[in-house]
Design a protein around this ligand. Sequence first.
Ligand SMILES: CC(C)(COP(=O)(O)OP(=O)(O)OC[C@H]1O[C@@H](n2cnc3c(N)ncnc32)[C@H](O)[C@@H]1OP(=O)(O)O)[C@@H](O)C(=O)NCCC(=O)NCCS
Length: 198
Amino acid sequence: MSEMLFFPVIETERLTLKPLVSADSASLLEIFSDPEVMKYWNTPPWSGIQDAYRFVDNSNDAMQRQESLVLGVYVKSTAELVGKCMLFSYDKESKRAEIGFGLSRACWGKGYITEAGEALIQYGFNSLGLRRIEAEIDPDNQSSAKALEKLGFYQEGLLRQRWEINGIVSDSALYGRLASDPSPQHIKAMHTSNACAM
Ligand SMILES: CC(C)(COP(=O)(O)OP(=O)(O)OC[C@H]1O[C@@H](n2cnc3c(N)ncnc32)[C@H](O)[C@@H]1OP(=O)(O)O)[C@@H](O)C(=O)NCCC(=O)NCCS
């Protein structure tokens, strides 16, 4: 599989998804140090710029190894970085990966994840050859559950008391979407391009 497949630039109507660079670190820190954004994550809010540098480095290393795809979400009209979306836990043989996303709180509710998520999913199915994309979320994470359902995912299971973080026990809801599932009707066909970013 071409190495460049893991360094795409994906265009949607309002957004560009592309690999993160070190210069994004200050923006990333601002977004992921927000406790509201990190509320349902299994790691604490970022506390310093080193967290952001490490994230960018680790992401690019994992993409070089073709283990995951971690893309910044940039608003085309302002070039502002507003979040990240990723395909990770990639299992080449089983043609499966997990999806995750996080956006700056100021950008919630604008339909950005519906737009970015569908473009990433189509890239996963059509370019990486995935058959299945899955997601694991805290069942209390209403916005994420809604976003996944809007993206055509089905809830497939509930794993009880799966996590304990700082003494708080929580369940996991599992979601899946197959390449053979019908695309959600309300999502407009989005143009994607696969230009090399590195
Ligand atoms: C989850 C998240 C990425 C959703 O992104 P978003 O761009 O706000 O989502 P969209 O605007 O595309 O909305 C998708 C749907 O979810 C709904 N939604 C968004 N936020 C919601 C909320 N807080 N409560 C209920 N529904 C919500 C929207 O109304 C929309 O449905 P609709 O079109 O029928 O109204 C964003 O809230 C976020 O970054 N949260 C923190 C990080 C996180 O928890 N990530 C998930 C872990 S993988």
